[in-house]
Design a protein around this ligand. Structure first.
Ligand SMILES: NC(=O)c1ccc[n+]([C@@H]2O[C@H](COP(=O)([O-])OP(=O)(O)OC[C@H]3O[C@@H](n4cnc5c(N)ncnc54)[C@H](OP(=O)(O)O)[C@@H]3O)[C@@H](O)[C@H]2O)c1
Length: 295
């Protein structure tokens, strides 16, 4: 429908505007150029709620809100207890399997293919979009397995993960010597080690970057919330410390998508709202980091 036609129908025009406003900013996955929203959803701890029906229904509401806000990438692992099944049941109940970018991990020194198949059946998806070797566990064995799966078309992208600075030297070597589509690592306002080598290397090698622990499992926010949010945070659309911390992460040019975890519908909405303009430029990001370093 042409814009002029839309303007003749105020309700339609408003709906169009709402859709335009609700679409989150995306970044292309370097391997394919396909866009992915800059904020995703983690599942560690938050979705490990066992079999309790009300708790699982609540997780489904969080996923519903995430999808309503235009979110796509959900990250899980066989290490996260019941989280994979919680995600799978939620996606089935919401009839939303086709809307997600399903990112999972292989986390075993044993039979990786069997583990991936168990994970896939818990997610109830035909295949994963991304499979990552979790914390480099048995990566010499599991990365070739994932590469073979990719060649066969049973996964779209492969990668490796680390967190909190663990094994960065080895991580860097794998990034240099192997063909990877994604890496996942920790990067946040209080843990900026990845800025030195891993993020520039990812940009140089055309590897997408997922950022885990953007809030240090909530510790970072508890620390910041003792202080007032600076008034100038409004210049980049931040109304809370969570948005300030997340905009800092996704504003880095090498970061493809951050994956905060939450149990709360209002927090998932708040987090998704950060994936909207304006994002901080380099000068603003320096200002943000300098400000929190002084607190
Ligand atoms: N090696 C690896 O591969 C690896 C390691 C660690 C993590 N990960 C992945 O990365 C994901 C994220 O990391 P994480 O789970 O360690 O922690 P995180 O995302 O840094 O922090 C999660 C905590 O932040 C709070 N939170 C979220 N949004 C908030 C908001 N808007 N306002 C206030 N509080 C908010 C949550 O509490 P509420 O529930 O109250 O919102 C939760 O306690 C994991 O879930 C997992 O998928 C991967």
């Amino acid at each position: 429908m042409k814009r002029r036609t839309l303007l003749q129908w105020p309700a339609l025009a408003a709906a169009g505007q709402a859709i335009a406003q609700s679409a989150p900013l995306t970044r292309p996955i370097p391997a394919t150029g396909k866009p992915i929203p800059r904020v995703g959803l983690g599942t560690w701890i938050t979705f490990n709620v066992g079999q309790d029906p009300p708790a699982r229904a609540h997780c489904a509401q969080v996923i519903q809100a995430f999808l309503d806000e235009g979110g796509r990438l959900i990250d899980s692992s066989p290490m996260y207890g019941s989280s994979q099944g919680v995600v799978g049941d939620a996606l089935r109940s919401l009839a939303a399997r086709h809307r997600v970018f399903a990112a999972d991990k292989v986390w075993t020194s044993g039979d990786g293919a069997a583990q991936v198949e168990t994970s896939r059946s818990l997610w109830q998806v035909p295949r994963f979009d991304l499979l990552q070797v979790h914390n480099l566990l048995a990566w010499e064995k599991q990365l070739p397995l994932l590469q073979r799966m990719k060649e066969r078309g049973s996964v779209r992208y492969v990668g490796i993960t680390t967190s909190e600075g663990r094994r960065h030297r080895e991580f860097e070597r794998i990034m240099r010597e192997h063909k990877l589509d994604f890496v996942q690592l920790t990067y946040n306002l209080f843990d900026r080690e990845a800025e030195e080598r891993l993020l520039p290397l990812a940009a140089e090698r055309g590897i997408a970057v997922l950022v885990n622990r953007p809030f240090q499992e909530g510790d970072l926010l508890r620390r910041l919330q003792r202080h007032p949010l600076p008034a100038w945070a409004a210049e980049i659309g931040c109304g809370s410390w969570a948005q300030f911390a997340l905009k800092f992460v996704i504003g880095h040019p090498a970061v493809t998508c951050a994956i905060p975890a939450t149990r709360r519908v209002e927090h998932v909405r708040e987090n998704m709202a950060t994936a909207r303009a304006p994002l901080p430029d380099d000068a603003m990001r320096q200002r943000m980091a300098a400000h929190v370093a002084r607190l």
